[in-house]
Design a protein around this ligand. Structure first.
Ligand SMILES: Nc1nc2c(c(=O)[nH]1)N[C@H]1C(S)=C(S)[C@@H](COP(=O)(O)OP(=O)(O)OC[C@H]3O[C@@H](n4cnc5c(=O)[nH]c(N)nc54)[C@H](O)[C@@H]3O)O[C@H]1N2
Ligand SMILES: Nc1nc2c(c(=O)[nH]1)N[C@H]1C(S)=C(S)[C@@H](COP(=O)(O)OP(=O)(O)OC[C@H]3O[C@@H](n4cnc5c(=O)[nH]c(N)nc54)[C@H](O)[C@@H]3O)O[C@H]1N2
Ligand SMILES: [Mo]
Length: 698
C-alpha cells in the first residue's frame, strides 16, 4: 500500500459464507477505507455487492468493533471485561491450555469454527495446524453443505454439477428449496437472462420467499417431504415414457430397481404426503421432462432435515432420468466447492499430516451436547471459538448457552464483535476484518479465485487469525517451520497446483487483476456422456455403497424425525413444523445482526403462520405470540396469511438472542439431531406450538 498516496484503490474479495464470493474494490484515503464497490469487470459480481456488504466499511470502522485483547472480570456471560496486553492474553491462554493438556489430555480442548471468513488463509490455515499439532478434539464442520453434498454424491459420485453461468441456456429452471434472491443474489442475474430468453422459473418451497414471489410458478410442499415429490415426478416421467431410455441404458445403474420403487409413489400418494395437488405434480413432472434444457438448482436449505441427505440423493436422480445432463444448461446446479479441492494445493495449506485421525471428533451441530455432557472422557475443559457465533447459529440454543456459562470451561473467543458467544469468553481477542488482512478466496458458488489484499492497517490492536495462532504456537513451543509461514507464503503454496484448472493463475497474476476464473472448459457439460465419478462410473439410481452403510440403496422418502408422523406423542403436544431459514435479507447468518443499520432494516423477527392455524388459535396478524417446545420459548409477533403452508411456522434465523424480543432467537427451538448422511443438522425438523402471549381480553 503506497503510504504517500492520499487516495488509491485496493482489490479485494468479500469474505462471507455465501455462494457469490464477490470481488470488490476499496477506495482508501489517508489510511481509512472510504468507499467500497463490487468489481465492475468481474463477470459474476458485475459491479454490485448486496444490501449487507454495501455497508462493510461501516462494519469495519464502526463503534461495535473489538479492538483490544480483553479478559473477563464479571460472571460468565456478563460481558464484563478489562483490557489486557497481547502478551498477557496469549500467556494466559498458553498456560491454561498447557495445564488442561497435562491434566486431561489435549482432547479436552475443542476448537470451534466455521466460515465467518471463507478465505483459504484466515479460515483455518494456521489454526488447523495449531489444533492438530496440539492433538485437540477434531471438529466435524458439517453444519452446512455436508448432508446435501453427501446425498448428491451418492447418486453422482461428487456433488458438483454444472457451472452457474450455464443457467442462461436453461429454459426450465427449478429453484428447489433455495431462496436465490436473498441468499445467492448474483445468480439471479443469470436466471433473469434465461427468463428473458423464455425460461420458466419454478420455485419449490413451503414458504412464500422473495424468490417465490418472482417465480412463474410456486410449488409448496410441506417441509421435509420433497423426496416424495421427486419420486412422484419420476413416477409420472417413467409412466408417460418421458424418460431418456438411451441415456439411462448407457450411463445409469439400477433403473429396474428404481422403476419398482417408483411404483410406490403415484402422485395421489405424494399429494397426501406433500400437500401438492396431483395435477400440479403431473404438470411439474411433464414440464420438467419436456422443456429443454432443464436445470434444478439446489443449495442448502433443503438439507437441514433429518432426511436431508436422502432428499438430495433423490432429487439428483431426476436429471439422469430425463437425460437433462446432455444439454448445455441442463442437469443439476449444486455447490461447486469441489473446484477448490481440485484446483488448489490444499495439502500445503491444511497440512493433513499433522492430523491424528484416532483422536475423537465432535460434530459442531451438537456443541450444546458436547459442552454439557459430563460423561465425555475427557469432558471439554477448553473451548476456542473463531469465525463462528455458536450462541446464535447452533441448534438447541439454551443448551449451548448452558454449556458456555460453565464457570469451569476455559473459553477463548477470537472475534470482530461482542457476539453472544464472545460475551462468554474468558479471553476475548480482536480479529482483523477483510480490509486489514491478506487472503485468497475460493467460492462454493462459482469458478473464480479472488485475491484479497489488505487495504488498511489493522485497527486498534486487531490481528489476523493466522498471526494469533502463530504467536500461540510459539508460546506452546511448536517449532515446526509451518508455524513460521507468512500469509503470503501460504497463498503462494496454495497456488502451486498442477491441475489444468489452475494453469496460469499465480500470485502475481492475481495481484494484477484481483481475480481469475479457473480454466473450466467452455460449455462444460460434465455428464453429457456419463463419466460419473462413482465406483461404477454411472449415475447410481441403485447404490451398493449406501446399502453397505445400512442405508436405503434406492432413492426414497422417510417421514421426518419430529415433524410429519415421526413422533406421534410429540406431535400431539407440538403440532406445527418450524422452519428457521435465512430469510432476513440484511443478515448473513448471524453476522450484521448487531449492526444498527441492518437491525433497523429488519425491524423485528416475525413468526409466519397460515390463517387456518392462526384462526384455530385466535391469533390475529400482529399479535404477540409464544412459540415453544421442550427446548425453549420465543416471544414475537405473528404474521398471519399465506406466507407459509398450513401446519408450518417460519421464523428467521440469524437474530442474536441478546438482541431479540424475549431474549431468545430461532435456535432456542431447533432440534440438534444429525441428518441421515454427511452429519448435517436437522434444524428444520422441529415441532412447536404457538399461542397468544397474552389473553385476548388484556
Ligand atoms: N442474505 C443472506 N445470504 C446468505 C446467507 C444469509 O444468512 N443471508 N447465508 C449463506 C449460507 S451460509 C448459505 S448455506 C446459503 C443458503 O442458501 P439457501 O439454501 O438458499 O437458504 P436457506 O434460507 O437456508 O434455505 C432456502 C429455503 O429452503 C426452504 N426450505 C426449508 N425446508 C424445506 C423443505 O423441506 N422443502 C423445501 N422445498 N424447501 C425448504 C426454506 O423455506 C428457505 O426459503 O445462503 C448464503 N447466503
Ligand atoms: N436455525 C438455523 N440455524 C442455522 C442455519 C439456518 O438456516 N437456520 N444455517 C446454518 C448454516 S447453513 C451456517 S453456514 C451456519 C453459519 O454459522 P457461522 O459460520 O457461525 O456464521 P455467523 O453467524 O455469520 O458467524 C461468523 C462469525 O465470524 C466472525 N468473523 C468474521 N470474520 C472473522 C475473522 O476474520 N476472524 C474471526 N476470528 N472471526 C471472524 C463474525 O464476526 C461472526 O460473528 O449457521 C447455521 N445455523
Ligand atoms: Mo451455510
Amino acid at each position: 500500500m503506497p503510504e504517500s498516496d492520499t487516495k488509491h484503490i485496493v482489490q479485494g474479495a468479500c469474505p462471507h459464507d455465501c455462494p457469490d464470493t464477490c470481488a470488490w474494490r476499496v477506495t482508501v484515503e489517508e489510511g481509512r477505507a472510504v468507499a467500497l464497490q463490487g468489481d465492475p469487470d468481474h463477470p459474476f459480481t458485475r459491479g454490485g455487492l448486496c444490501t449487507k456488504v454495501n455497508h462493510y466499511i461501516e462494519r469495519v470502522h464502526g463503534a461495535e468493533r473489538l479492538l483490544y485483547p480483553m479478559r473477563r472480570v464479571g460472571p460468565k456471560g456478563s460481558g464484563q471485561f478489562e483490557r489486557v496486553s497481547w502478551d498477557q492474553a496469549l500467556d494466559q491462554i498458553a498456560s491454561r491450555l498447557t495445564d488442561i493438556v497435562t491434566r486431561d489430555g489435549a482432547s479436552a480442548v475443542l476448537p470451534y469454527s466455521y466460515l465467518g471468513t471463507q478465505g483459504l488463509i484466515q479460515c483455518h490455515a494456521m489454526s488447523q495446524r495449531f489444533f492438530n499439532r496440539l492433538g485437540a478434539t477434531r471438529l466435524v464442520r458439517a453444519i452446512c453443505g455436508s448432508a446435501g453434498g453427501t446425498g448428491v454424491s451418492a447418486t453422482n459420485g461428487v456433488s458438483m454439477g454444472i457451472m452457474p453461468e450455464e443457467v442462461v441456456h436453461s429454459r426450465h429452471i427449478i429453484l428447489w428449496g433455495t431462496n436465490t434472491v436473498v441468499t445467492n443474489l448474483h445468480l439471479w442475474h443469470f436466471i433473469k437472462e434465461a427468463k428473458h430468453a423464455g425460461a420458466r422459473i419454478v420455485v419449490i418451497d413451503p414458504a412464500k420467499t422473495r424468490t417465490a414471489e418472482q417465480a412463474d410458478w410456486h410449488v409448496r410442499p410441506r417441509p421435509g417431504t420433497d423426496a416424495a415429490l421427486a419420486l412422484a415426478m419420476m413416477h409420472v416421467i417413467v409412466r408417460d415414457g418421458l424418460h431418456d431410455v438411451d441415456y439411462i441404458a448407457r450411463y445409469t445403474l439400477g433403473f429396474d430397481k428404481l422403476h419398482a420403487r417408483l411404483a410406490e409413489y403415484p402422485p395421489s400418494r405424494a399429494e397426501l404426503i406433500t400437500g401438492v395437488p396431483v395435477h400440479d405434480i403431473e404438470a411439474l413432472a411433464r414440464a420438467y421432462a419436456t422443456t429443454r434444457p432443464s436445470v434444478i438448482r439446489t443449495l442448502v436449505g433443503l438439507e437441514h432435515h433429518a432426511q436431508g441427505g436422502m432428499t438430495y440423493r433423490t432429487i439428483a436422480c431426476l436429471p439422469a432420468l430425463t437425460g437433462a445432463w446432455r444439454d448445455r444448461g441442463g442437469g443439476l446446479l449444486h455447490l461447486v466447492g469441489r473446484l477448490r479441492t481440485l484446483a488448489l494445493n490444499n495439502a500445503a495449506v491444511d497440512m493433513p499430516q499433522l492430523e491424528d485421525t484416532r483422536i475423537r471428533s465432535i460434530n459442531m451441530v451438537q456443541i450444546g451436547r458436547a459442552l454439557t455432557d459430563t460423561s465425555l472422557a475427557p469432558p471439554i475443559h477448553a473451548l476456542v471459538v473463531y469465525n463462528s457465533n455458536p450462541a446464535a447459529i447452533a441448534p438447541n440454543q439454551n443448551l449451548v448457552l448452558e454449556g458456555l456459562k460453565r464457570e469451569d470451561l476455559f473459553t477463548v473467543v477470537i472475534e470482530q464483535f461482542m457476539t453472544d458467544t464472545a460475551r462468554h469468553a474468558d479471553i476475548l481477542l480482536p480479529a482483523t476484518s477483510q480490509l486489514e488482512h491478506l487472503d485468497l478466496l475460493w467460492s462454493w458458488g462459482h469458478a473464480y479465485l479472488t485475491l484479497n489484499l489488505p487495504a488498511i492497517a489493522p485497527l486498534g490492536e486487531a490481528l489476523p487469525n493466522t498471526e494469533i495462532f502463530r504467536r500461540l504456537a510459539q508460546r506452546m513451543g511448536f517449532d515446526e517451520p509451518c508455524f513460521r509461514e507468512s500469509d503470503e507464503d501460504i497463498v503462494r503454496k496454495a497456488l502451486t497446483s498442477t491441475h489444468p484448472y489452475a494453469r496460469g493463475i499465480t500470485f502475481e497474476s492475481l495481484q494484477q487483476k484481483g481475480w481469475a476464473r479457473l480454466n473450466i472448459p467452455e460449455g462444460y457439460r460434465p455428464y453429457a456422456e456419463g463419466n460419473f465419478p462413482t465406483t461404477s462410473g454411472k449415475c447410481e439410481f441403485y447404490s451398493e455403497a449406501l446399502a453397505g452403510q445400512g442405508l436405503d440403496p434406492l432413492p426414497g422418502y422417510t417421514p421426518a424425525r419430529e415433524s410429519h408422523g415421526g413422533d406421534q406423542a410429540l406431535r400431539a403436544r407440538y403440532p406445527l413444523s418450524l422452519v428457521t431459514a435465512k430469510s432476513a435479507l440484511h443478515f448473513l447468518n448471524s453476522s450484521y445482526a448487531n449492526m444498527p443499520r441492518q437491525l433497523r432494516a429488519e425491524k423485528e423477527p416475525l413468526a409466519e403462520i397460515h390463517s387456518i392455524d392462526a384462526t384455530e388459535r385466535t391469533i390475529a396478524d400482529g399479535d404477540l405470540v409464544r412459540i415453544f417446545n421442550d427446548r425453549g420459548t420465543l416471544q414475537l409477533r405473528a404474521r398471519v396469511g399465506d406466507g407459509v403452508v398450513p401446519g408450518m411456522i417460519a421464523v428467521p434465523s440469524g437474530w442474536w438472542a441478546s438482541l431479540s424480543p424475549g431474549g431468545s432467537s430461532a435456535n432456542a427451538l431447533t432440534a440438534d439431531g444429525l441428518s441421515d448422511m454427511g452429519g448435517g443438522g436437522d434444524f428444520h425438523d422441529t415441532l412447536v406450538q404457538m399461542e397468544l402471549a397474552r389473553p385476548v381480553n388484556e
